[in-house]
Design a protein around this ligand. Sequence first.
Ligand SMILES: C[S@@+](CC[C@H](N)C(=O)[O-])C[C@H]1O[C@@H](n2cnc3c(N)ncnc32)[C@H](O)[C@@H]1O
Length: 359
Amino acid sequence: MPNTTLQAARAAKNDEFYTQFYDIEREVEAYVQYNQDVFRGKTVLLPCDDPDCSNFTRYFAQNFERLGLKKLISTSYAIESKQYKIGLQTSLLEEQSPQYDPDKSKTNGKIFILDSDRTGDGRIDLDDLQWKYLHDDGDFRSDEVKSLRDEADVIITNPPFSLFRDFFAWIMEAGKEFLIIGNMSAISYKEFFPFIMENKVWLGVSSGAKEYIKPEGGVQKMGNTCWFTNIDHGHRHQPLQLMTMEDNRRYTQHKNDRRWSFAYLQYDNYFAIKVPFVDAIPNDYEGVMAVPLSFLQKYCPTQFEIVGITDRGNRYGLKSKEYTKEETPKYSDLNRRGVIKQNNQYISGFAELLIRKRK
Ligand SMILES: C[S@@+](CC[C@H](N)C(=O)[O-])C[C@H]1O[C@@H](n2cnc3c(N)ncnc32)[C@H](O)[C@@H]1O
């Protein structure tokens, strides 16, 4: 298989990983702990889901009353529209329902709604979920799912990784609250980074699931995923406890790490210093510091501001010098590797955030 076909096959497979109950519960509960009314009276939409087996649907249905939800809606994507079908099959719940239709089961998405006590047992929970087929295949870009988005107050899901950019744009154009899973690498996307920089989107509380359920059974490790949200949580209000630069030099735990040798070196084409570890950010430096992207997991916006990213080609990255109007580059030119070279080698291959202490 040519490389691109292989890549496409892997991407299609990654799109079918499912989130574990524990990871959803741990993340969502953190918002409730911070604000117990965070979901009260709200309509929550779970798109790109598979409601008859999804842990998102299970978690929100089980906790419907405690969270004070007004309505829960989840939608699935038709089996025939999915690119990776291994292990996918019609659920027993669907096959045993009076509305089961073997043709629609393949070509149509489904919608599950929970808004009242239909069983009459005095509680609103999983047993009260009602479902039917959607008219279309449940693509989040369809008019049908778009109108559900517009009805919702909060959108929560683990969207297909390969469509992350489209999915994020889809949420932002509706201006809703959201909590979604994505890859950390999204941070440096030019369509995404400006929202991080302007504090319109931030990282969730837990560092993201480490394992996802595979449709054919078993789990898949994925180390680089995280939650993205615009819902407030307590971690954002806890400033990092940091030492002075002098104390860092004296007491750092990183002395034996090769990266420590670059600590606090000055970039030569941008007025910033390199800080290779988040816990080594000095609390007494007033200028710009280039820090690893993992800083965002500890980011408290009243303690620091984000001024840019080292990523050539990112429109919102930084320029290495002031350009005249005539020579303005199309994109900024401060590349991912920064410009610090030692022994003729660049010292970092990753995009880094440029941050500054708030006054
Ligand atoms: C990463 S899985 C996550 C499923 C579920 N939200 C969870 O976390 O357990 C993404 C889901 O989105 C579905 N999907 C893929 N493309 C889609 C599209 N264009 N519109 C809606 N759903 C899509 C996939 O088939 C898959 O079921």
